[in-house]
Design a protein around this ligand. Structure first.
Ligand code: SF4
Length: 750
């Protein structure tokens, strides 16, 4: 495992696509990296970013031992036994004094590490914790909320086969979001039978390839989307046969859209009416249309409404349940909480969507005298100080807590505020997987094998959670004897015993992941125990979607079908086709109350209706620019790349500004400006860039990370976007922040 000139199989962990990789390792380093042609999803594809993955695996900020904060704020190394015992007893004390629901969980994984978060469920239940959040709750929860109501599932776009592809606030050239994105984009651009529509305030790399590019004024996406839908209704271009067969009543929606003044909305959005009409007619006239949105509209005004309108574009035109359109696939494991979770946050009463409290209210749920405030936090594979809006307030919130426990691979902006740091093995030092998955008609899952031994005294997160649960008294060896004996006898015997135990012993059912880990997991071979949870997921999938699993080539009845799937996942580290579906299965997966697509969401219908009276954005002399805080570029990745040397260009993360604005404020490329928002100020280096509209400036994501220089002094490289954002600027339904629409002032410095 330590050194080999042989190619080994793994995956990129820098975005949700997790392209398959082949790597050569030497002396603890990733020496050679290339796309894995055997990966059934990515088929050899990568972008340029994974070539530098050794900067993730090896850097100065890797943690190597459990750490405990001293009274003076410094940290001391402690043993795992001490760390587990003290963390468990302090968390238990908070539970016993204030209630387990006062301990808040944040994180659970990044782009390629979801096994640890899956095991955290056991620790959380052992402590009686009820509330959680992660970065999805500042990006996707508005979209989830809409999808739950319209479809009861999450439709996936089929861009490989779409005649018309639509990207709304999305630049897949840089942010990917679907397999082999750049290959697919280039194929669409070259094919005269296919076309592309892009709605974005910036002329992105994707927009450069588009047939129709609607360069919307930042924050006015809802107006351009409403105008497109209005054209469909007013010109009677909707697919009435599809809607009458598959959807519920939509008359109230059609009435609102019939009244939309298309020309006025286009003018307000800053796009040519003729182009908007052309885009709508292209969608209506195409044999197949696939649509995707991203942070450009999700982190902007009318965020959740934007998601609703985007989905109506393909629904009203019948682009659903066919090749090249939108389809509902399978999932080996659900990454997000229950879609039926209708709770609200304990202090502010904010809507909890798919189990997640809005990120933007986390600090508010701590910094208060309210008796239900959070008192402690477990933060796992997350960096809320850097990634959530209003970093200064997040720091204040962490300081106000009675206990902060961080589980992570590296020192981060958040570990500085921990009372205990429990060091995880890196994503290449343990068996690991992502549950982002998806894929339709074929769905693939990859369980990655470790490439290296865990560094120093680090542990895989499933082992950390197992130890915490034991220390909390959630189980002991005696509890597991029957299951261990069954696992040693046969998988069949284990399956039966496991089901009986889960049904009869709620105490063990509550910590099911750890029970699997400590029983079946211990029979799977060295380092393989975390895969035990995947066995459970395989059984669930084989039980709920047996035909889909069989179409992927697996045989067996009952638990044997799940076992066949699990064995294939264990034995094929390059990834396995787990389900395969005909397109019409999509309609069986609409899980609304009546099995039909819901067209009417009352809150959003009202917001759509109210657009007509919305005052135009007022000129703002104090903050005349709109800053997009967190643009994806070639030089950006998430902050698991802590060493700034991974970047070859744009080390400081320049502020992009239009030529007109640059001239007006008197700055050139390479010049310095002060960026000021109502929350903070920063000095940036300028890049004059003609892809932007006047009045629009952008800063990249992933910058503003502190890293030791050659003298060991921690130096911040670039601007951390959330030093400039405010938590109160958020969507009224989902609480998603307006990071793409931050009012700012930009002044040239001499
Ligand atoms: S597309 Fe995403 S997963 Fe694939 S190589 Fe690029 S960053 Fe990695």
């Amino acid at each position: 495992m330590t050194s080999s000139a042989e190619w080994q199989t793994t995956a990129c962990i820098l975005c949700s696509i997790n392209c398959g990789l082949q790597v050569q390792v030497e002396d603890g380093h990733l020496k050679k990296i290339k796309g894995d042609k055997n990966n059934p999803r990515s088929r050899g594809y990568t972008c340029e970013k994974p070539a530098r993955l050794d900067h993730y695996q090896n850097h100065q900020d890797r943690l190597t031992s459990p750490l405990r904060r001293r009274a003076d704020g410094s940290f001391e190394a402690i043993s795992w036994d001490t760390a587990i015992e003290e963390v468990a007893s302090k968390l238990a004390a908070i539970r016993d004094t204030h209630g387990g629901e006062k301990i808040f969980y944040y994180g659970g994984g990044g782009q390629g590490n979801h096994l640890g978060g899956a095991y955290s469920g056991a620790t959380r239940r052992a402590l009686g914790m009820r509330y959680a959040s992660n970065a999805l709750a500042q990006e996707k929860t508005g979209e989830f909320w809409v999808e739950r109501q319209m479809f009861g599932g999450r439709p996936e776009p089929d861009f490989e086969h779409a005649e018309v592809s639509v990207f709304v606030g999305k630049n897949p050239w840089q942010s990917h979001g679907f397999e082999r994105a750049r290959v697919v984009l280039k194929q669409i651009a070259k094919d005269p039978e296919r076309s592309m529509i892009v709605i974005d305030p910036r002329r992105t790399e994707t927009a450069e390839l588009a047939d129709v590019f609607l360069q919307v004024i930042p924050g006015m996406d809802a107006f351009v989307l409403a105008a497109m839908l209005a054209v469909l209704v007013q010109e009677d271009l909707i697919d009435r046969d599809f809607l009458s067969a598959r959807a519920g009543d939509g008359q109230a929606l059609f009435d609102v859209l019939a009244a939309v003044p298309v020309a006025d909305y286009c003018a307000r959005a800053g796009v040519a009416e003729a182009l908007v009409r052309r885009a709508a007619e292209m969608i209506a006239g195409a044999g197949s249309v696939a649509v995707v949105e991203d942070l450009g509209i999700e982190m902007a005004p009318h965020s959740t409404l934007n998601s609703y309108l985007q989905k109506l574009l393909y629904t009203l035109t019948g682009n659903f349940g066919r090749a090249g359109t939108m389809n509902l696939g399978t999932h080996l494991a659900q990454l997000i909480g229950s879609s039926k979770d209708n709770r609200t946050s304990p202090v502010g009463g904010h809507r909890i969507i798919t189990g997640l409290i809005p990120c933007n209210v986390v600090a508010d749920e701590i910094l208060t005298d309210h008796p239900d405030r959070f008192r402690a936090m477990i933060i796992e594979s997350g960096n809320p100080v850097h990634s959530l809006a209003d970093s200064p307030r997040m720091r204040e919130a962490l300081e106000a807590l009675e206990l902060v426990v961080v589980i992570d691979v590296a020192i981060t902006e958040t570990t500085q505020y921990a009372d205990y740091i429990l060091p995880g093995a890196s994503q290449y030092e343990k068996i690991e997987a992502t549950f982002f998955g998806g894929g339709f008609p074929d769905n693939v899952f990859q369980l990655r094998q470790p490439l290296f031994e865990p560094l120093g005294d680090t542990l895989p997160e499933p082992e950390i959670h197992s130890r915490l649960c034991r220390a909390l008294g959630a189980y002991n060896d005696e509890d597991l004897t029957i299951l261990r004996e069954a696992a040693a006898e046969s998988r069949e015997k284990f399956a039966l015993t496991f089901l009986e135990t889960m049904a009869s012993q709620p105490k063990l059912a509550a910590i099911m992941p750890v029970v699997l880990y400590e029983t079946l997991g211990r029979t799977l071979g060295e380092g393989q125990a975390p895969a035990a949870l995947i066995w459970g997921a395989c059984q669930t999938l084989a039980n709920s979607e047996p035909d889909s699993v069989r179409r992927a080539g697996f045989e067996g009845e009952g638990p044997a079908l799940g076992d066949a799937l699990f064995d294939a996942i264990l034995s094929r580290p390059e990834g396995v086709l787990i389900t395969s579906d005909p397109y019409e299965v999509t309609f069986d997966r609409i899980h609304t109350d009546d099995g039909r697509i819901e067209l009417l969401i009352p809150e959003l219908l009202q917001e759509l209706s109210d657009l007509i009276d919305e005052a135009p954005p007022a000129s703002n002399d104090a903050f005349p620019f709109v800053l997009a805080a967190g643009e994806r570029r070639t030089s950006t990745a998430n902050t698991i790349y802590r060493d700034p040397n991974w970047r070859k260009k744009d080390r400081s993360g320049s502020l992009r500004i239009s030529p007109g604005d640059a001239e007006r404020i008197g700055v050139e490329t390479g010049g310095r400006v002060r960026v000021t928002t109502k929350r903070g100020t920063a000095i940036a280096i300028v890049e004059v860039n003609d892809s932007l509209r006047d009045g629009h400036v952008t800063l990249p994501n992933g910058y503003g990370v502190a890293y030791p220089d050659e003298n060991g002094v921690r130096v911040v490289h670039g601007i951390a976007p959330n030093e400039l954002t405010s938590s109160e600027d958020r969507d009224w339904i989902a609480g998603t922040p307006w990071h793409k629409h931050v009012r700012a002032r930009v002044e040239a410095l001499g």
